[in-house]
Design a protein around this ligand. Structure first.
Ligand code: G3H
Ligand code: ZN
Length: 278
């Protein structure tokens, strides 16, 4: 089934698909293992920093290799694309989905660029995600302390003018490790959903309480992004292996992959379970 259809079904059925960042072959394999075990559609995301670290061709190769080996229902997504050339390259290189992050731009510029890129993406049947409002914190190269919550009326205007397949919103969610000040504004999310009545994306979702995911899904969130938590799991796996005095790099990487798989599996199951009714 195509990703667009899966997202539409998630919206009407009130469940969500996990978007998980990977950065090399091992992390891709680990996420796909979880997708295979749960038998749930899963989105693997690459950031611009991972492209610089591992190379776009290596990331695509890793994705295709694990996809072929596992037969899991997985999709390749560009996360927080801000480099227009890279976004176009991903659209033309077989990505299932791309995100343009124009949240640093003035609203009219964000709308104009998002619209052009959405048209290019749709010509190739690539799902298009845009962002309105500004999610704070650190997501690889996107570093900012500023948080501008999404305005529901602007979100509706954005949806009407740009026609993205899904829209990332800022409701107090912040990228990076969870902090005490990070409170999700669910009444704002409800207002946004009541206004736009279309699929939403929630970023910065590492280490949230299961109930918070449920409420987000009940308000039309169809894609939930997790990055930091998987990177933490990878590092925990390495620490665990070193604590056990493991000195074979292959075993160290196997253990850290296992840690990523377990964490990913928990999240996929939670997101697939969905929510109570609105
Ligand atoms: O785009 C990726 C995410 O929004 C991940 O956020 O690192 O806080 O989990 P996170
Ligand atoms: Zn994000």
């Amino acid at each position: 089934m195509a990703l667009k259809q899966i997202l539409n079904e998630a919206y009407s059925d009130k469940h969500a698909i996990g978007g998980f960042n990977f950065f090399n072959y091992e992390s891709a394999k680990a996420i796909v293992q979880a997708a295979k075990t749960t038998k749930k559609p899963t989105i693997l995301m690459v950031s611009e920093k991972s492209v610089d670290y591992y190379g776009l061709d290596n990331l695509i190769f890793s994705f295709n290799k694990v996809k072929k080996d596992s037969e899991a229902q997985i999709f390749l997504h560009l996360d927080h694309g801000s480099n227009l050339e890279l976004i176009k390259e991903c659209i033309n290189s077989g990505f299932d989905s791309v995100m343009f992050d124009g949240s640093n731009l003035a609203l009219d510029q964000n709308i104009a660029l998002s619209k052009d890129l959405r048209k290019l993406a749709h010509k190739k049947s690539v799902v298009f995600e845009a962002e309105i409002g500004h999610i704070g914190g650190r997501e690889d190269y996107q570093i900012t302390s500023a948080v501008f919550k999404t305005n529901p009326a602007e979100a509706l205007m954005f949806y009407d003018q740009v026609q993205p397949d899904m829209l990332a919103v800022a409701i107090g969610n912040i990228h990076g490790p969870l902090t005490a000040i990070e409170e999700l504004d669910f009444s704002l999310l409800a207002k946004i959903q009541d206004t736009v009545k279309r699929p939403l994306v929630l970023h910065g979702c590492s280490n949230r309480k299961p109930q918070e995911y449920q409420v987000a899904i009940s308000e039309g969130v169809v894609k939930i992004n997790i990055d930091t938590e998987l990177r933490e799991a990878f590092v925990d796996g390495i620490k665990d292996a070193l604590h056990k005095k493991e000195n074979d790099p292959r075993e160290i990487l196997n253990l850290s992959s296992l840690f990523i798989s377990k964490r990913t599996q928990e999240k996929i199951e939670l997101f697939a379970k969905g929510c109570c009714s609105r």
